[in-house]
Design a protein around this ligand. Structure first.
Ligand SMILES: [Cu+2]
Length: 167
């Protein structure tokens, strides 16, 4: 990502300081610039979620685009990430090891529900909403959860819906 940004910056400098070079190789130059911008969009962003000392994820609801990567950071001890549901129930992301960072690239839009294996009973759960696509929300609501987690989930779903409505 940084390399692409530097190349785009360099391309802008060339346009500014060597316009004669640009007019000579206009097509080639335009093609390179266009490819760099396309590559930048295809690479996707990286979103960080941390574990807190209050046994929660921060943020609890992450809104990302298809192709973005979420990285969970072990910023507080004793937590992990275990996926409980997603848009494709037969293809949910892998579970992480306690106290380690976990990184997942999301290729399919929809809502993903995950929780912390040791703290599911006290409601340590989170949602990743990919592409602002809430079409599997019914399946998410039907996931069997401990009582406290169920109530946290209701709150997170309200958050996800109000975000979707604000777009
Ligand atoms: Cu935990």
């Amino acid at each position: 990502m940084d390399i692409i940004n530097s190349l785009i910056y360099l391309a802008h400098k060339v346009i500014k300081f060597y316009p004669q070079l640009l007019s000579k190789h206009f097509k080639a130059f335009g093609f390179i610039l266009f490819s760099l911008i396309a590559a930048k969009q295809a690479i996707g962003e990286t979103i960080q979620i941390s574990f807190t000392q209050f046994d929660t994820y921060s943020p609890e609801v992450a809104h990302i685009e298809v192709g973005d990567t979420v990285v969970w950071l072990p910023t507080s001890e004793g937590h992990n990430v275990e996926f409980l549901a997603g848009p494709e129930m037969n293809n949910i992301p892998p579970k992480s090891v306690v106290n380690s960072s976990h990184s997942i690239l999301f290729k399919k839009s929809g809502i993903y529900l995950y929780g912390c294996t040791p703290h599911l009973n006290i409601g340590m759960i989170g949602l990743v909403v990919v592409g602002n696509d809430l079409r599997n929300i019914k399946n998410i609501k039907e996931v069997e959860l401990p009582r406290v987690a169920k109530s946290v989930l209701q709150k997170l779903i309200v958050d996800a819906q109000s975000y979707a409505n604000s777009k």
